[in-house]
Write a protein that binds this ligand. Structure first.
Ligand code: HEC
Length: 105
């Protein structure tokens, strides 16, 4: 009996590990998909900018901006940048910032 419950616990841990590994992967995919659908037309598929006066995400100016500032710009908009606070969830914006930072490398 004791060894059976121990085995159950092990299986549960394995399952949790698999699920969380998969959801991390799914999140990264989602952010890339959202970026392509909603952001790439102005910021470029690689975040290099160019259209509508967008800056390269890899530029020192954008790199100097904090995640909080980027969250503010994405949710409230700025100049020609549309506000996405109503359309995207907080965690989606957070994932997008992660994606934007990954493009800046
Ligand atoms: C209609 C064109 C357009 C779309 C669509 C758009 N942006 Fe922007 N974005 C801009 C412009 C223009 C700026 C620069 C705003 C300024 O500094 O005046 C900007 C600024 C930004 C910044 C701040 C970086 C900087 O230059 O200071 C981030 C981060 C950003 N956008 C992310 C996104 C994300 C993520 C999406 C998709 C959800 C998106 N943008 C969609 C036009 C756009």
């Amino acid at each position: 009996m004791k060894s059976l419950s121990l085995r159950m616990v092990l299986v549960a841990f394995l399952a949790i590990g698999l699920v969380s590994a998969f959801s991390t992967f799914a999140t990264a995919q989602d952010a890339a998909g959202t970026y392509k659908a909603k952001c790439a037309m102005c910021h470029g598929p690689d975040g290099k900018g160019g259209k509508m006066g967008t800056r390269d995400f890899a530029s020192p100016e954008v790199k100097a901006e904090t995640d909080a500032q980027l969250t503010e710009i994405i949710s409230k908009g700025k100049g020609k940048m549309p506000a996405y606070g109503e359309k995207l969830k907080e965690n989606e914006i957070k994932d997008l910032i992660g994606y934007v930072r990954s493009l800046a490398k």
